[in-house]
Design a protein around this ligand. Structure first.
Ligand code: IPE
Ligand code: IPE
Ligand code: MG
Ligand code: MG
Ligand code: MG
Length: 324
């Protein structure tokens, strides 16, 4: 068994020791820029934690775990173009520092590099791992498309929102846990159970991301606050506000929503003020905790000792209280 910090350091140094710079520099520099920044490295850490939990050798999970992290970072390059986001991890996004074409092509290359790392899985396990990875990657794209489609809807149901975040975010968190389980040789039943725990954890994680996008501190979050409001994202916050608003408040929400680039600051501050008035911050915390607790219950149903689950549960707690 390994401590959480040991696993985090292992992932950190593996990325620290891997250079992605090659020629042409314009293609590879943005890749190095992105991967050297770090971020929380949650997905590869989850892979190794699950592998360790099921008694596997974490060294055998390292490369596929790095593959998932590279895949995640690829999605961010494209996502930041799609969301018109200027800032990530406190630094300029790739499309801002370079341009859209660079972020598209460096992103595509990262997708390829992700496969190269995943392909380093034990050949006996690779077919199963590729089915999981392909299914996950396709679903992330589906979720991203729903996310974009919904920008131009006045309202969608909370169920549609949950399905969208399940696809764009939760499946990759779930895939991370299941990948670790598969590499450790867990039974299908156990692997599926930890996948389901990952879905709940991932839903809580995206809800938290949406929460921080409105209520976070930019210097900690590393992304510009209010970007979801600027881009008319149909977040849980927005949908719950829409649901609870009086007729007059709904008009206000609509008017704020229609504001364009010239009135972004007003649009953001007005919407956040309405969220506060309607108690959206507390309601969002409640639903985050609900999904977090469902994830914990599913982990408990695996019947490992409290000691064995500690590293994973410690990370889950960090995720719940994160500000970045
Ligand atoms: C950001 O993911 C994208 C979402 C799914 C919310 P993270 O918050 O894990 O980003 P980094 O890698 O730590 O920067
Ligand atoms: C992220 O959703 C989902 C993916 C990148 C696949 P967001 O668009 O909310 O993520 P951030 O806030 O930009 O990190
Ligand atoms: Mg985004
Ligand atoms: Mg997005
Ligand atoms: Mg976000």
């Amino acid at each position: 068994m390994h401590q959480l910090t040991e696993i985090q350091n292992y992932i950190q140094s593996a990325f620290g020791n891997t250079r992605f710079e090659k020629e042409p520099a314009h293609l590879y520099k943005p890749i190095d820029y992105t991967l050297a920044q770090g971020g929380k490295r949650l997905r590869p850490v989850l892979v190794l934690l699950a592998c360790d939990l099921f008694g596997g050798d974490i060294n055998k999970a390292l490369h596929p775990a790095m593959g998932l992290e590279i895949f995640h970072n690829f999605t961010l390059l494209h996502d930041d173009i799609m969301d018109n986001a200027p800032l990530r991890r406190g630094k300029k996004t790739v499309h801002e520092k370079w341009d859209n074409n660079t972020a598209i092509l460096s992103g595509d290359t990262m997708f390829v590099i992700a496969y190269e790392f995943v392909a380093k899985t034990d050949p006996k396990l690779l077919p199963e791992v590729l089915v999981l990875f392909n299914d996950t990657a396709r679903k992330v794209c589906e979720g991203q498309q729903y996310d974009m489609n919904y920008e131009t809807c006045e309202v969608i149901s909370i169920l549609d929102y949950m399905e969208m975040i399940r696809l764009k975010t939760a499946v990759l968190i779930a895939c991370s846990l299941k990948l670790g389980a598969i590499i450790a040789g867990a039974s299908d039943d156990q692997a599926c159970r930890i996948y389901d725990a990952g879905i709940e954890l991932g839903l809580a994680f995206q809800l938290q991301d949406d929460y921080l996008d409105a209520f976070g501190d930019e210097s900690k979050f590393g992304k510009s606050i209010g970007n979801d409001i600027t881009t008319n994202k149909k977040t849980y916050l927005y949908l719950k506000a829409y649901e609870l608003a009086s007729a007059a408040e709904r008009d206000l929400l609509y008017t704020l929503n229609m504001k364009g680039e010239h009135a972004v600051a007003e649009k953001i501050s007005g919407t956040i003020a309405l969220y506060h008035k309607l108690g959206i911050d507390h309601l969002t915390r409640t639903v985050i905790e609900k999904h977090h607790n469902s994830a914990l219950e599913l982990i408990d149903s695996l019947k490992f000792s409290a000691e064995a689950c500690r590293p994973l549960k410690t990370l889950m707690n960090e995720m719940l209280s994160r500000e970045k």
